[in-house]
Design a protein around this ligand. Structure first.
Ligand SMILES: Nc1ncnc2c1ncn2[C@@H]1O[C@H](COP(=O)(O)OP(=O)(O)OP(=O)(O)O)[C@@H](O)[C@H]1O
Length: 237
């Protein structure tokens, strides 16, 4: 087995007087998709933000074998740790091409890959991003990080609020992205988890309540019901 790309050990975060993460420990494999799951408010986004150094945290985070907790966010991003936040954050008044250009960090951004994965964005290069659909904006958000070399993608709820057909195409693109670079994926849609994830981690009340193969979790009706509040057949379509 290859070494994990990310090791989170005893991660603890306090925000606004609350102990949000209470010793979160898990590994992210160096290939494929690892899903970070849990009910609303259990600390999934907080975990991503702590890994990225956006909020103060205690414990350990090893990225590609190197301890990085306390390192500045921009240095982690420069070292190939990419973040696609939940709110997409496109510049609404700028065109698709301008949004992409602003994200360039290297002399030779990989437009070939972006145009291969997102032909629609090439066609809509001159359209203002604020007039794109939610799914298209999500594509811009993912495309932006793919222009630069990455070693791990942290992706927060990419399918949230999207229509079912759009969810399918966003999931398909993420599947293709994950063939190239490992992904830690926060996702509520279990059909997407079922399609993409190899491994799964479930948070509950600021701790890891379950971790293992995604198929084992989703195949266990009692576990999915008690940990995620849904039946095991949820999202099977
Ligand atoms: N800056 C903050 N100050 C105080 N509390 C916060 C702050 N940020 C998040 N929290 C709280 O921490 C808890 C975890 O939030 P977080 O966004 O990580 O959950 P989540 O699992 O991503 O939820 P969701 O699935 O609803 O997006 C929540 O109770 C939230 O209200």
């Amino acid at each position: 087995m290859t070494a994990p790309i990310l090791r989170v050990a005893g991660l603890s975060v306090r925000l606004g007087g609350s102990h949000i993460l209470q010793g979160v420990t898990f590994d992210v494999a160096a290939t494929g998709v690892t899903a970070l799951l849990g009910r609303n408010g259990v600390g999934k986004t907080t975990t991503l933000r702590a890994i990225l150094g956006e909020i103060p945290a205690e414990g350990g985070v090893e990225y590609d074998g190197v301890p990085v907790l306390g390192r500045r966010t921009h240095r982690l991003i420069r070292d190939g740790l990419a973040y696609v936040p939940e709110d997409r954050c496109v510049f609404a008044g700028l065109t698709v091409a301008e949004n992409l250009r602003l994200a360039e960090r290297v002399p030779n951004p990989d437009y070939r890959l972006v145009h291969e994965l997102f032909p629609e964005l090439e066609a809509r290069a001159a359209q203002r991003a604020g007039t794109l659909s939610g799914g298209q904006q999500q594509m811009v958000a993912v495309a932006r990080v793919l222009l630069n070399p990455n070693r791990l993608l942290l992706v927060d709820e990419p399918t949230k609020g999207l229509a079912p057909a759009v969810v399918t195409s966003v999931a398909a693109v993420l599947g293709r992205v994950a063939e190239r670079v490992p992904v830690l994926l926060v996702e509520q849609n279990l059909a997407v988890v079922r399609k993409l994830a190899t491994d799964a981690i479930v948070l509950e009340a600021g701790r890891v309540a379950w971790q293992g193969r995604a198929t084992d979790l989703l195949g266990d009706a009692e576990a999915t019901r008690s940990l995620l509040g849904v039946g095991s057949t949820a999202g099977r379509h």
